[in-house]
Design a protein around this ligand. Structure first.
Ligand code: 5AD
Ligand code: SF4
Length: 478
């Protein structure tokens, strides 16, 4: 008898397909065996990667708390440990192997511990095979489209006494009514789209998260209304590509529409991540400019400043298009804060093409930029391209870009000093509990002395010192 129950195995061939999705209104029930074995016990979830993974953690936590389990940060206390993985670059994936490897001792000492590996790494055929081989003690491998089945998979593991693998690549629907236990008390992520259809040639996401599918406006607005009613101060609309929202609904619904409808609910702060420069139309700019509760901070991935490389990346815009968009945004909202993602060392990138990227960075002057060395992802078109750029060269380019980005970040941070900003107070500072910490509208962290009753409120703070990636300030009493 097989010791593993293989419900679904990942397949890049299937993951590449695009077909209509269905909205499934789930009715989640806790299997009695899960309640019997796990009620009152603890779970621990370690999440890596983007906001989509963070939001998945909140759903998994919601499901486990339906079974009356509680969260812990201590591995030794946990009865269920979930490693929620990221596959966007090789480095992220390697980290996962380290994390899962570290659990071996715990599992040897506690046979009842249920170890689960979830997220994007398991959605890759080869990585899953390697994980299964290297870590035979993992109880459940579950894919990004199997989150809603978490309790059933745990029940299977217990009743069948077999390992369980459930990683579907062709089952990407929109699942509603999954319970949620939010990580932050005042700030919430709300999914609007899942997956991605852009297929940028370097990117694994369209394979690991599947086809682009939008939630229905009514479902999004219901979730947001509950957040507003329960006193949340900030909502971030989440999608790999938020401004493609609605395309698959095929009824004319757009991102601008949902953005405006959520803004009208009156949440004090509304954000969205991530927007693709290609789908960023004038209507979106109008809506952002019209509603002061939509934060003037936009993450606008550039990826490269060379038209040739952008074309090879499949990004669908030119440098000129990108710079025109930046000009339009700044003309309408001079105080807008822009951040970006940039990849250096895409296959065969020439020195000249790299210098063009530096030029665009100089022109745009980002508040902050996330910079990466290109990492080949098996299954993507770019991974098949021959590459004549050496590791050393890539490293040198990365350092040059990083130096430029750092100098911009530092100079832009210095501009905050002496000015007053509205801060949403998150809680105590990680380093010092006598100090509060919160975020500006541009999403910069500020530490200041204040009383705990301010937590969850929006207050005015004067910035007194820049530490580049954070600020020190003083509460302004009005
Ligand atoms: N190599 C390096 N960086 C990548 N990113 C996505 N795929 C890769 C890759 N294969 C970067 C992009 C994206 C960010 C989330 O990660 O810049 O915007
Ligand atoms: Fe990846 Fe491109 Fe989709 Fe972003 S838009 S998730 S980079 S394929």
């Amino acid at each position: 008898m097989s010791k593993t129950l293989l419900n679904n195995l990942p397949s890049f061939t299937k993951a590449r397909r695009r077909y209509p999705s269905i909205v499934q209104n789930l009715k989640i029930e806790v299997p009695s065996i899960v309640s019997a074995k796990l009620s009152g016990k603890f779970f621990l979830i370690k999440t890596f990667g983007c906001q989509a993974n963070v939001r998945d953690e909140e759903s998994m936590a919601g499901l486990l708390s339906m079974a009356n389990m509680r969260r812990t940060e201590e591995e030794k206390d946990a009865s269920v440990i979930i490693i929620n993985t990221c596959a966007v670059r090789e480095g992220a994936e390697q980290k996962i192997f380290g994390q899962v490897g570290n659990l071996k001792g715990l599992k040897t000492n506690n046979k009842d511990l249920i170890v689960i590996v979830a997220g994007c790494v398991v959605q890759q055929e080869e990585s899953l095979a390697k994980l299964r081989k290297t870590f035979p003690y993992v109880d459940i491998f579950m894919g990004t489209n199997a989150i809603h089945k978490l309790l059933d998979l745990i029940a299977l593991r217990i009743t069948e006494n077999k390992k369980v693998v459930d990683v579907p690549s062709d089952d990407a629907d929109v699942y509603e009514n999954i319970p949620v236990q939010r990580i932050a008390p005042h700030k919430a992520f709300v999914n609007i789209t899942y997956g991605c259809d852009k297929f940028c040639t370097y990117c694994i996401v369209p394979y690991t998260r599947g086809k682009e599918r939008s939630r229905l406006p009514a479902d999004i607005l219901r979730e947001c209304q509950i957040l507003v009613d329960s006193g949340y101060q900030e909502i971030t609309l989440v999608g790999q590509n938020v401004n493609a929202y609605g395309i698959d609904l095929k009824d004319g619904t757009t991102f601008s529409y949902i953005l405006e409808e959520v803004a009208k609910l009156g949440i004090p702060r509304l954000r969205f991540i991530t927007s693709h420069p290609w789908n960023f139309d004038d209507e979106m700019i109008d809506i952002i400019a019209k509603y002061p509760n939509i934060m003037r901070k936009i993450h606008l991935p550039l990826q490269s400043g060379s038209d040739e490389i952008l074309k090879l990346m499949g990004r669908r815009y030119t440098v000129k298009d990108y710079l025109e968009l930046v000009t339009k945004l700044r003309a309408r909202m001079p105080d807008i804060s822009l951040t970006t993602d940039i990849i250096v060392g895409f296959p065969n990138e020439t020195e000249q093409q790299f210098l063009e990227t530096l030029k665009v960075v100089e022109k745009v002057n980002y508040e902050n930029a996330y910079t990466f060395i290109y990492s080949p992802r098996k299954g993507t078109p770019a991974a098949l391209m021959e590459d004549n750029v050496s590791r050393e060269e890539k490293g040198e380019r990365f350092n040059k870009l990083k130096a430029l980005v750092d100098s911009q970040t530092e100079a832009n941070a210095a501009l905050y000093v002496g000015n007053e900003y509205l801060i949403l107070v998150d809680g105590y500072s990680k380093k010092d509990t006598s100090v509060l910490s919160g975020y500006t509208e541009s999403d910069r962290v500020v530490h200041f002395v204040g009383t705990p009753d301010l937590i969850g409120k929006i207050v005015k703070v004067k910035i007194t010192e820049s530490r580049v990636y954070s600020f020190v300030g003083e509460l302004v009493n009005e």
